[in-house]
Design a protein around this ligand. Sequence first.
Ligand SMILES: Cc1cc2nc3c(=O)[nH]c(=O)nc-3n(C[C@H](O)[C@H](O)[C@H](O)COP(=O)(O)O)c2cc1C
Length: 153
Amino acid sequence: MARKHLLIVFHSQTGNTERLACAATQGALAADAVEVRCLWAKEAAARDLLWAEGLLLGTPENLGYLSGALKDFFDRTYYPVQGLIQTLPYGLFISAGNDGRGAAQHIQRIARGYPFRLVQEPLICRGTPTEAHLAQAREMGEALATGLGLGIF
Ligand SMILES: Cc1cc2nc3c(=O)[nH]c(=O)nc-3n(C[C@H](O)[C@H](O)[C@H](O)COP(=O)(O)O)c2cc1C
């Protein structure tokens, strides 16, 4: 049977979110249930959303908001995929200095418009990612991949 497709889209300025994205990718691959495409937000496009059957979004919180690069990904893809995608199950990971809630809220609001459906509690990692944060990101990737593979989302 054909494998489901999991798309991971992230941005990172100083590497923290990138490390979470790598951990999520490792977790998703470990599930051995889906094909994974992990892309920087600036490289990702509408064609990737059209390919995807599940989605993980990652960003630093910048000024109480999502990063400009992830916002730009939304700006570039919103209209091109309207009417062409099924509701995509998604998860969300955020690297923040001391908060992260603003980015999480704004992404969830944007996601409802596509529509994407949140299937996991957002992961907010404060400070430099710890081993525990990386383990949580791996679990997030593995859980989404496993759920997609089993067809439960
Ligand atoms: C311009 C700028 C704005 C930031 N604003 C916030 C913020 O509003 N809330 C917060 O918790 N952290 C804030 N931070 C801290 C970053 O979210 C944090 O350092 C994060 O780990 C960076 O992730 P990255 O290495 O993937 O870029 C800000 C950092 C920068 C550079």
